[in-house]
Design a binder for this molecule. Structure first.
Ligand SMILES: Cc1ncc(COP(=O)(O)O)c(C=O)c1O
Length: 384
């Protein structure tokens, strides 16, 4: 074997360059068009993207915004969530899910997750609602997270939310494009949000996000909140406290190009995940997607209970296989969030999962030889 053949190229955890090559010059043209138009803020691509996202996901209204965190915050602001209110959210998620609750002065109440889907446990949600009431808080919203792209347990959670008069906000930062019973997750909640952070299933070339809603009144409110609470008919009249939360026109242009290949990419993700599952199920607990769901596979996450995870990751690193841990610490154990209540007596599943999970390279342009190399390395690292 020649030296060149022996030197293996580095494997990207998520290969955005491969996607760029697949989209080709159309992307550069779309970006340059915005540059030459000078319409950097709220150019025509922004409204075009909002229409395209509605059509893609079957949602009546979409408001694009600056990032997925603002998207969550805008939804809570539109509902007037404030001090004394409780917002129930999973602890095994990215900080933004709970951060926005604190932004508006409300209290996040952390709920446990299921160990099969990593998503909010409906039984723990019921306990969390009781905990909130016992603390004198008013439960107002439940934020579900479709972790790693898999739709949460909506068949159980929607009736609980309805029974307790809670609004459902779907944090679809990792799951735009995912479906349950054929319905897009962003169409399931009273509102939903997503993120277009570059590494997300549908990502732009910077920060971006969107809020999805069902009625024009809510859209009006979100539009006003997105631009400093201005009156939608008189931009010099500020009628509420808002934010500067617009999506850049260039990012809208990027997303319009990426939407063209998104369905195809989501298909490719299914095939790669199935191949990983087949090849790894005897050495680790592989992700299982519940019935009648399509995941966007934002991450491919393995569980290795009872194993020395640090040693496994060190072996993979030595073999030049990048890995990541989502999430090494549940939110209720983090400095900024430790002060907030948890459902019942604690969240044992979230705590256990944080010690057991790790993610391996995953993206829709992962070719078969690279998949093989990753599979071989993961198997070797787990059977050493
Ligand atoms: C579950 C979840 N919610 C919210 C966000 C926030 O999105 P953004 O980074 O676009 O603000 C993220 C981003 O990583 C996320 O994973």
């Amino acid at each position: 074997m020649s030296d060149a053949a022996r030197i293996k190229p580095p494997i990207a955890f998520i290969d955005l360059d491969a996607q760029r090559r697949a989209i080709g010059p159309a992307m550069d043209e779309a970006i340059l068009k915005v540059v030459h138009s000078g319409k950097y803020i709220m150019g025509p691509e922004v409204a075009e993207l909002e229409r395209a996202l509605c059509a893609f996901a079957g949602v009546p209204h979409t408001l694009s915004c600056a990032n997925g965190t603002d998207a969550l915050g805008l939804a809570l602001m539109a509902w007037g969530i404030t001090a004394g209110d409780a917002v129930l959210c999973p602890s095994f998620t990215f900080a933004a899910t709970a951060e926005v609750v604190a932004w508006v002065g409300a209290t996040p109440v952390f709920v446990d997750v299921r160990d099969d889907s990593f998503n909010m446990d409906p039984a723990s949600l019921e306990v969390g609602i009781e905990t909130a009431r016992r603390l004198g808080l008013v439960p107002r919203v439940v934020i579900t997270v479709d972790l790693f792209g898999q739709p949460a347990e909506y068949d159980a959670i929607v009736p609980i939310a309805r029974a307790h008069g809670l609004k459902l906000l779907v944090d679809a930062a990792q799951s735009f494009g995912a479906t349950l019973h054929g319905k897009h997750v962003v169409a399931i909640g009273d509102m939903a949000s997503t993120s277009f952070f570059p590494a997300k299933p549908l990502g732009c070339y910077g920060d971006g996000g969107a809020v999805f809603c069902h009625d024009p009144e809510t859209l009006d409110l979100l539009q006003s909140l997105r631009v400093h609470g201005q009156d939608n008919n008189d931009k010099y009249e500020n009628v509420r406290i808002g934010m500067n939360g617009r999506l850049d026109t260039i990012q809208a242009a990027v997303l319009l190009q990426k939407l063209r290949v998104f369905a195809q990419e989501t298909e490719a993700r299914q095939a790669i995940a199935a191949r990983y599952n087949d090849a790894l199920q005897d050495v680790a607990i592989v992700p299982r997607i519940g019935p009648d769901r399509v995941s966007t596979w934002a991450q491919y996450v393995l569980r290795i209970p009872g194993r020395d995870r640090a040693a496994v990751l060190a072996r993979l690193k030595a073999g030049n296989i990048p890995t990541a841990i989502y999430y090494p610490k549940p939110l209720h154990r983090q400095t900024a969030y430790a002060q907030y209540p948890v459902a019942g007596n604690g969240l044992p599943v979230a705590e256990r999962l944080a010690t057991e999970v790790f993610s391996i390279p995953f993206h829709p342009y992962l070719d078969a030889p690279t998949q093989d190399r990753i599979i071989e390395s993961v198997r070797a690292a787990l059977t050493a």
